[in-house]
Structure formats: structure tokens, C-alpha cells
Write a protein of this length. Structure first.
Length: 260
């Protein structure tokens, strides 16, 4: 991942691990994530969960996150346009459209249908002053401000029926995407796929579960060795404590911003 020459004050730890159900069935992890640090302390994150029912769900999730982050990294994101809600909404919507087109192009090249590469997608643009998120499908995006308040920027989005998820390749997916902006003094952000959402979110009231997020945010704030921190995060996601609650693939991206 390319990091701008500017010394960033973001610390990021991220991992995707295969769920126990997929391990038992000798299946690949269908989740994917990608992130990049841009100039002016702009952090961009993408996470995706390929549909288990799609024969190329893993391919779809990888294309979605890599295309999205590459597209965002090529945009001119300045302090002036970050102050515009319209700009942020357009940038998120346009990035999802570009990711969808990349999946459609790959499907056509391989003589498949786009739904064969079905995947969810969460995008986040985060700075110390604003966080903007777009989401299609399930999963969760969370932020914490300087006052310690946690907010679920998005909530899991299901389709017409229980356990049905909207995918990036679904009809009208782009028109129904969740888009949320939060202008506060941001100190933490997180993006996760649906394997963790029952642990991370109080589904009844739609609020992030503080005992889940606060230790993780403290962990990333103190993570000086990125490689070691990622190993520790993978160990946590693969732990018995987590596996007792979920057998799905797991992706977790956590970040902390601190002033020098």
C-alpha cells in the first residue's frame, strides 16, 4: 500500500480471516479489504463480502475493494472539496459505480454473469474532521469522536426477505446504497463485514457495542509495530471467543488518529 510522504497520524490495523464453516468445507475466504493513506491525512477504506452462493464471490470482493481504493487514490481530494457534502456523496457514489463496472467487465471477459461475482461493499473516507461512508449490503461502519461518542454510520442492509442481502451487482443497488456523513473531531473509525456484526452492534437499537470497539480502538492507538499488530488482530479474529459466536468469514479494519 502506498503511503504519502507526509507523516500520517493515522494508525491502521486490518485483517480478513476465513470463517470456521468455510475452513471445514475447504472453501476460500470470501471477504476482502483494502485501504490507503492519501495526502492531508485522508484515509480511504474498502471492505467486501463475496456472496457464498456466488461461484466467484471471492473474485468479486477482491475486484470491488481494489478497484474502489485505486479509484479514490486517483481523485483530487483537497481540504476545500472535503468541506462539501455534495462532493463526498458524489465521490462515494461514483466509486461504487466504478467498482460495479469493473465486476461487470470481469464477468463478461470470463463468460460469466455479474451475479456470479456478487459481493457487498463498504467504502469509507475518513479525516480528522469528517468521515463519509457508503454501503451496499450488510456489514457495519463505525466512528468515535473526541468526546468518546460512538456512532453506527451504517447498519446491516438486508433485501426483501430475511437473510437476503443486497449486493453490488443487484438491481437498483446503487440507488439504494446507504450514504452517511459525520462532521466531528474524529479519533477512531472501523469497518467490518457481517461475520462480526452480531458481536459489534446492538441490533435492536442500532448502536455499536462499546465493549467490543473500545478495547480495539485502544489497541490500534498503541500499535507501533504494524506487522505484529496485524498478527495479533488475526489471532483475535481466529480465537475461540469469536468462533463460538460466528462461523462466517471475518474482516475488521480499525484505525486511530492522534495529534502529535
Amino acid at each position: 500500500m502506498n503511503i504519502s510522504k507526509q507523516i500520517s497520524q493515522w494508525r491502521i490495523v486490518a485483517a480478513s480471516v476465513c470463517g470456521t464453516s468455510h475452513t471445514k468445507n475447504q472453501q476460500l475466504c470470501q471477504d476482502a479489504h483494502h485501504w490507503q493513506l492519501l495526502a492531508n491525512n485522508v484515509l480511504v477504506i474498502a471492505a467486501a463480502d463475496g456472496a457464498g452462493s456466488a461461484k466467484l464471490g471471492k473474485v468479486g470482493s477482491m475486484i470491488a475493494v481494489e478497484t474502489a481504493i485505486e479509484h479514490l487514490s486517483l481523485q483530487e481530494i483537497t481540504n476545500d472539496n472535503l468541506a462539501s457534502d455534495d462532493f463526498l456523496r458524489y465521490l462515494l457514489s461514483d466509486t461504487m459505480l466504478v467498482a460495479r463496472k469493473a465486476i461487470e467487465t470481469e464477468a463478461e471477459a470470463c463468460n460469466n454473469q455479474p451475479h456470479d461475482l456478487a459481493t457487498t461493499l463498504i467504502l469509507m473516507i475518513a479525516t480528522p474532521q469528517v468521515v463519509a461512508v457508503a454501503q451496499i449490503g450488510d456489514g457495519l461502519a463505525v466512528a468515535k469522536n473526541k468526546m468518546g461518542n460512538l456512532i453506527a454510520l451504517t447498519i446491516p442492509s438486508n433485501g426483501e426477505y430475511i437473510n437476503e442481502t443486497t449486493f453490488l451487482t443487484s438491481a437498483h443497488a446503487l440507488e439504494t446504497a446507504q450514504i452517511k456523513l459525520w462532521r466531528e473531531e474524529i479519533v477512531n473509525v472501523s469497518v467490518l463485514t457481517d461475520g462480526l456484526q452480531m458481536l459489534a452492534l446492538n441490533m435492536i437499537i442500532g448502536e455499536p457495542h462499546k465493549p467490543f470497539f473500545l478495547p480495539l480502538f485502544e489497541f490500534v492507538a498503541n500499535a507501533e509495530d504494524r506487522i505484529l499488530a496485524k498478527e495479533q488482530l488475526i489471532k483475535f479474529l481466529s480465537s475461540e471467543r469469536i468462533n463460538q459466536r460466528t462461523d462466517d468469514d471475518l474482516t475488521l479494519v480499525i484505525a486511530a488518529f492522534s495529534n502529535p
